[in-house]
Write a protein that binds this ligand. Sequence first.
Ligand code: NFS
Length: 644
Amino acid sequence: MDVKERSSDKAAQEMISRMAEAGQQNAWDRLEAQSPQCGFGKQGICCRLCSMGPCRISKKAPLGVCGADADTIAARNLVRMIAAGAAAHSDHGRDIAHTFKMVVESEQCDYMIKDELKLREVAARYGIKVEGRDTKEIAGDLSDAVMAEFGKQEGTLVSAAAYAPPARQKVWQEFGVTPRSIDREIVEIMHRTHIGVGSDYKNLVKQGIRCSLADGWGGSLIATELSDILFGSPQPIRFSANLGVLDAKQVNIIVHGHEPTLSDIIVSVSQEPELIKMAKDNGAEGINIAGICCTANEILMRHGIPVAGNFLQQELAMMTGVVEVMLVDVQCIMPALGSLSDCFHTRLITTSPKCKIAGAEHIEFHEDRAVEIAREIIKIGIENFANRKAKARIPKVTERGIAGFTTENIFYHLGGRFRASYRPLNDNIINGRIRGAAGVVGCNNPKQVHDYGHLTMIKELIRNNVLVVSTGCSAIAAAKAGLMRPDAAEKYCGKGLYEVCETVGIPPVLYVGSCVDNSRILTILANVVAEGGLGDDISELPVAGAAPEWMSEKAISIGMYFVASGVYTVIAEPLPILGAPNLTRYLTDEIEKDIGGKWAFERDPIKAAGMMIEHIEKKRDALGINVEKERKLYDMEERRVLEV
Ligand code: NFS
């Protein structure tokens, strides 16, 4: 085994070797054991939606028992993945909405409204009167309005209408995919894909689109906006990243999963003097909180809490032998942690009734007793400090950078102190210093060398003067590689982007948060459109999206809502549809006519970046802003004509 073929991250490489030495299995080993993986599954042409099956499509048997062909089967499977992804994001949004409601209704609770300005902004977007009203009143109305988005039976999502550019909403209306309510779009996918309902693959995809929009411009957006209101809107903040943030001398508590309700309170409670004293009395120097996956992003963006790693580092973190508690809530938590924790003193604690894991203990988290439960969990960590079995082995690898960029504060950074607007960003795109922007997001996948796809693609983009915004595990990859340090601009950027980054003092890769915060990318795009000069719709902007190491169903929902918002989106591992030729052609080509964006699949990150850059230049041409390029082509004859 060559560790370099597994990860490009030095800390990860060290821990992968350690796992091999100790005879411990990890995701890479299990992938090997699973290989070769099922070709029918990969191509999306296995149907097990009823008990006449399972059916698999081949030349010999081109139809399932019910008569469904490859396109129908693959489309059904795909949109069900979108439903699952949208459900995960949106249920996270719903939980935050419930916490918000609790804050509004109770006289005293462990959460509070931390960003009143944002509360007023969001409420105003929802059409709620804000002038002359007090915070609780406004919050009460907003809570009702947001709650209604999940289950309303009539009308359409207020959030989509309140945030998306008008031209984009028109595209959705004309194509018939305006999202109605969050839960309804998810449920309708389950209905439509039941045996004997729809078989037209395009009509199935259409519902997939509508559901993904209910995620991006609905559930995820609500999660982001309410989290900012409750936990505070992020501001640029320094961080350190990678397994080296774990500290052998301290009580290490890793928070892993997604929802900030738990992790945010853990962060604040861990600073209580009594608990710190208790840690010291137990022989530790202090309490060290670190994050993994999107929970890490939530507390890093708001509090600068160090991030221990991204998705593929969860097992590796436990392997250091210094994790007293690994505290998880929901999503992206490998069941493998259960048995791995048996080999160490680490207490793996699940907290959500939605997520119990074999081998873990369960301490249910209740928002109305948040501080009390957080204290209990931290005490478990402190008491566990003395029980370390294995010799501590923490890779001495960390990197620093700046996180905390949002739709709102980019205004200030790009505008400088005196011009708080998107104008300078748009101007720099128009004058060509910045060619365009790319969202590089998504997971890790052991099918690709860990982090390699993210880093190679991002470096290629910024070298070509494409500004990158990043979320999720991709952002963590970039953070660990030093791409979120302002001085990365000098090292990696093309001249134009470097000039802009240096003038404004930002890194070339902007950390905009967790995966639900991909909604920040949508609202950034909406702001760029609203600022003017780059067309009326997101589909006209010189931008592209990518998920170079995606693996989760959430990533498919995200990809689809970017495509359906007009963004060309390139992913590495193809969608599981290649066995369905018409569906593949539709999603990678014809869909653009219907909705303005399309999918592309490319495993080589340099080639994928090239495809994105080509798309960006095509959009620049269409906008007529590639003036410099045109000038180069002018011969003397034409120049004379111009001068006259
Ligand atoms: Ni996103 Fe966050 Fe990471 Fe992928 Fe999982 S943590 S919600 S799904 S693996 S980026």
